[in-house]
Every structure is written in C-alpha cells, then in structure tokens.
Ligand binder design. Structure first.
Ligand code: LMR
Length: 408
C-alpha cells in the first residue's frame, strides 16, 4: 500500500543546495561565495572567543537542562531588547514591546507570519524585489499572499543622465507602498539587504515613516546581519526610528551571523505595540503560536546570547570581533573592485564598494554564474548574488579573474 508515490520531488533549496554541492566539489581551489556565512581569511567559520568563554561558563555551571518557557529565556529576551532599541528605551519602560526568543530569526519570521495570518487575516505581505529566496516560501507557507514592491535599481545606460546598476529604486518603492490597502504588511531588511547589499539611507528610512503611518502599514523588519553594515548600533537605526516614531511593527533578529553561531539557531522576534496591554495580548498569542509549533526554544542558544550581551568583558570582545569581520569584508570589497576594474577597463564595478554587508548583486546572469561554477569552481547563487564574506586574500584575485572571464 503506497501513501506517498504521488509526492512531487523537492527541487532543493537554491542556497542550501548550492552549499551542499560546494562541499561535494573535489576541486581544491573552489571558492564558496554562495551561502550567507562569514568565513575568516583562512576560509574557516570562526568560533568567537566570547562564545567560547560563554560556553565554558555554562559547562562549568552544569545547570539542569529543563524546558525554557515558551517565549524563551528572560535574560536573553531582555538583552535582545536592549540590543535592538538601546538601553532604557521608552518601548521597554512602557512595556509596549513583546520579545520572544526563537529558533533562529527564520523561526521568528515564521512564528510572526503564522500570528499575522491568524490575527490580520485579510492582510497580504509585500516583499522587496528581489528579496531573500526563502521569504516568499516562508510567508506563503504560512498562508499569506506575497506581493513585491520595487527595490533594486538595475541601472539604465540609456537614461539621461545614465544610471549605473546597484542602487535603490526608492521613488518607485515609495510609490508602490503608497498604493497599498491599510493594514498591509511590508517586509523590510533593516540593514545589509539580502541579496543585493543595497540599503535605505537614514534619510530614506525617515521618508518611509509617514508613508507607513498614513497608509496604516505594518512594517516587518528582518535584521539578520546586524553589525555587518555600519556597526551594531548603527544597523539598528531603522528599528530605533520606527520605535521613536511610535509605530507598531515586527522585528525578527538573528545572532547566526553576528555571533557566528549558525547552527545554534539563536534569534528573536519582537513586536512593538501601541501600549503594554496590547503587547501582553501579542505575547500571549505568540506563545500559543510557538507552543503549537516547536513548543519552546533552545537553552544553549539563550545561554550564549545572554552571556555575551550581558557580561561587559564578553560584550567588548564581541563588539571588537564584529568590527573585525565587517572590516575584513570591506577590505575584500576593495580588493575585488581593484582587480575587476583592472581586468575589465570601461566597466563600472562601483556597486562592489557602495553595497553593504555580506552580499552584492553582481548582475551576472544565471548562465554566467553556471560558467563560473562549472569552469572555475567559483560558487554564487544563480540570481547573481555573491557572498563577499567567502572571499579571502588567497582567493580574491582568482575570483576576479574568473568573473572577468565570464564577463568578456
Ligand atoms: C543566506 O541567505 O545565504 C543565509 O541567510 C542562509 C540561508 O538560510 O539562506
């Protein structure tokens, strides 16, 4: 008796599948610029010293491993709020923010999506064009209708004046958001846009606020790369602005990249409401959502994050490590730009320098990306997204030479 022969084969995930293919590639000079993971200059995923010390403390304490509450560990939730909003922010004092520790920020995004589907059932979500490959699947999986708003400016050499690729189509973005029905949901990348590396400038975030307010739109911020843009506090600019403006919004944040703890699934979901009574209701329904899903989050993830953020010495070490990771990526951007510009005179690679965070949108076609992978062992996502955190002093020249060859 067969129950499952009608199943459709899974095509695989465009990012995780590519990372798996990279691992299996026998070539020794292969370069992994596919998945959003930070590698050090030696090509290793670093274990940060602050994380090592936090784990050593936990091992020495050998505390019982009971279940965490549904909403996660109180110490971590409070540390997350201070990290996002800054110490002593009004939203914390007035109790109008509800924060849950979640299974990575993906878990937070999905819990928030399930909650919104249930409690704002008529609301659709708008995501940037393009966005992280998994956003659409995640929100559609929760039963939400997913639409897009213009975001990335692919440039126009024939325009007057000509526009080079790699900017933000901000006017078109705002124009679309102004047409949305009230209570629509708008997914925004708080920093280090994935996949383009193109962010809103502070003045553009400020210009977005009245549109959100007047059109009664609910912003859903995805903050997965905090610290990789301009700095830990700087990258929370949008979160703090929306809170200061008194808006209600969601923010899912991750420690996967900033603490280099990908597999620990350390993330959180915060909902800023109009007052404490609403925040208590939101927390309750989010707890119900979690309980029917994965029940409660990881004790180990909470221990790492709460200790690193809460202990002044560990915190200082973490901030220095984040700054060093950010600076190394910037140095790789400069090297890649220099070699590409030398190899391909007449082409504008300014986007490599202007974009922020781990990613750049190279503008390479899927066929060019395939050639890079097949002929040169250089792996990018087929959209043309490059993860610059996989570049190193050993492979940046080789990568640029391969790119120049497929561009020729
Ligand atoms: C990425 O975009 O590469 C990362 O966020 C990893 C993932 O889960 O897709």
């Amino acid at each position: 008796m067969s129950f499952f022969s009608h199943l459709e084969p899974y095509a695989g995930d465009p990012i995780l599948g590519l990372n798996d293919a990279f691992q299996k590639d026998p070539r020794t000079d292969k370069v992994n610029l596919s998945i959003g993971i930070y590698f050090d200059d030696a090509g290793r995923i670093p274990v940060l010293d602050c994380v090592r010390q936090a784990e050593a403390q936990m091992l020495a304490e050998s505390a019982p491993k009971s279940y965490l509450p549904i909403e996660g560990a109180a110490a971590m939730r409070s540390a997350v709020q201070q990290l996002l909003f800054g110490a002593d922010h009004e939203v914390m004092k007035s109790g109008r923010v509800a924060t849950l520790q979640t299974v990575g920020s993906s878990g937070g995004l999905r819990v928030g999506a399930d909650f919104l589907r249930r409690w704002l059932p008529g609301s659709a979500i708008w995501v940037s064009d393009p966005t992280w490959d998994n956003h659409r699947a995640m929100f559609e999986g929760a039963g939400l209708t997913v639409n897009t708003y213009p975001y990335y400016d692919a440039g126009d050499a024939k325009a007057d004046p000509p526009r080079s690729a790699g900017g933000l189509a901000f006017d078109a973005m705002l124009a679309t958001l102004r047409t949305l029905p009230p209570k629509s949901l708008v997914l925004l990348h708080a920093c280090c846009h994935n996949p383009t590396g193109v962010d809103l400038a502070p003045a553009q975030w400020q210009a977005l606020v009245p549109v959100l307010r007047e059109r009664e739109l609910l912003a859903y911020l995805d903050l997965a790369y905090q610290g990789y843009g301009d700095g830990i506090a700087e990258d929370a600019f949008a979160v703090r602005l929306l809170a200061a403006e008194g808006l209600s919004f969601f923010v899912a944040n991750s420690f996967s990249k900033s603490m280099s703890v990908y597999g620990e699934r350390a993330g959180a979901l915060s909902v800023v409401c109009v007052d404490a009574a609403e925040a208590r209701l939101a927390l309750g329904q989010l707890q119900a959502t979690v309980r029917r899903n994965y029940s409660s989050p990881s004790i180990h993830a909470a221990g790492i994050v709460a200790r690193v953020l809460g202990d002044p010495a560990l915190r200082a070490g973490w901030e220095a490590d984040v700054a060093a990771m950010r600076e190394r990526i910037l140095a790789m951007r400069r090297s890649l730009h220099a070699v590409l510009s030398a190899r391909c005179p007449g082409r504008d690679f300014g986007y490599v320098l202007s974009q922020r965070g781990m990613f750049s949108y190279t503008g390479l076609s899927a066929a060019q990306v395939d050639r890079l992978r097949e002929d040169f062992g250089v792996y990018l996502v087929r959209s043309g997204r490059m993860c610059l955190a996989g570049l190193s002093t050993r492979n940046v020249e080789r990568t640029a030479v391969a790119m120049a060859a497929v561009l020729a």
